[in-house]
Design a protein around this ligand. Structure first.
Ligand code: IMP
Ligand code: MG
Length: 171
């Protein structure tokens, strides 16, 4: 790996990620059979997971992107809002990781304001020990303890987004 970094310890291999994504896709496919989906990707960390997951779903689907930011000590802000009409639609938000739950809580409120037919959340990783707001994802790839990870979209100051595997990052 050309971009490796001191303090990176292998945590979840690319093969394990692929298995997790396939499993999640299977569950989603079963639950939404016969329905159309609007799949929403919050930028930027969810991009690899969103890309792999949606390509494993054969359901009819519309894609959209939303960009939120939460600078330290400030609330969550919208940089780029949803552009498709989600009123009356089945909406699935694809998150790579849920930590305190602030981003997702804000996004859920934003989406519910547009009265979708349903709203569910899939996350590849969940860190429930870090939760500050009562957010529960509907589909979870793996529950992990309180550790900082990079890779597969997740970054530390942009390092790690392009890695195929997920690493534990100890500073
Ligand atoms: P929350 O609003 O605290 O749940 O934060 C969720 C966001 O924080 C995720 O979408 C990630 O962008 C980032 N994040 C949380 N934990 C990690 C991590 O372990 N590695 C990299 N990014 C993380
Ligand atoms: Mg994110």
């Amino acid at each position: 790996m050309t971009q490796s970094h001191a303090g990176m310890v292998p945590f979840i291999t690319a093969e394990e990620i692929d298995e997790m994504v396939s499993q999640l896709a299977q569950e989603i496919e079963q639950d939404y059979r016969g329905k159309d989906l609007v799949v929403i990707c919050p930028l930027k960390g969810s991009v690899p997971f969103f890309s792999d997951l949606t390509r494993k779903l054969s359901l009819p689907q519309t894609h959209d992107f939303v960009h939120l930011t939460s600078p330290k000590g400030e609330g969550v802000r919208i940089l780029q809002d949803i552009t498709v009409n989600i009123t009356g639609q089945h909406v699935l938000v694809v998150e790579e990781i849920i930590d305190a739950g602030r981003t997702l809580s804000f996004l859920k409120t934003r989406i519910l304001a547009s009265s979708p037919a349903s709203l569910k959340v899939v996350t590849l990783l969940d860190k429930p020990a870090r939760r500050e707001l009562p957010i529960k994802p509907d589909y979870v790839g793996r529950t992990i303890d309180d550790r900082f990870v990079i890779g597969y979209g997740m970054d530390l100051e942009e390092i790690g987004r392009n890695y195929r595997a997920i690493y534990n990052y100890a500073q």
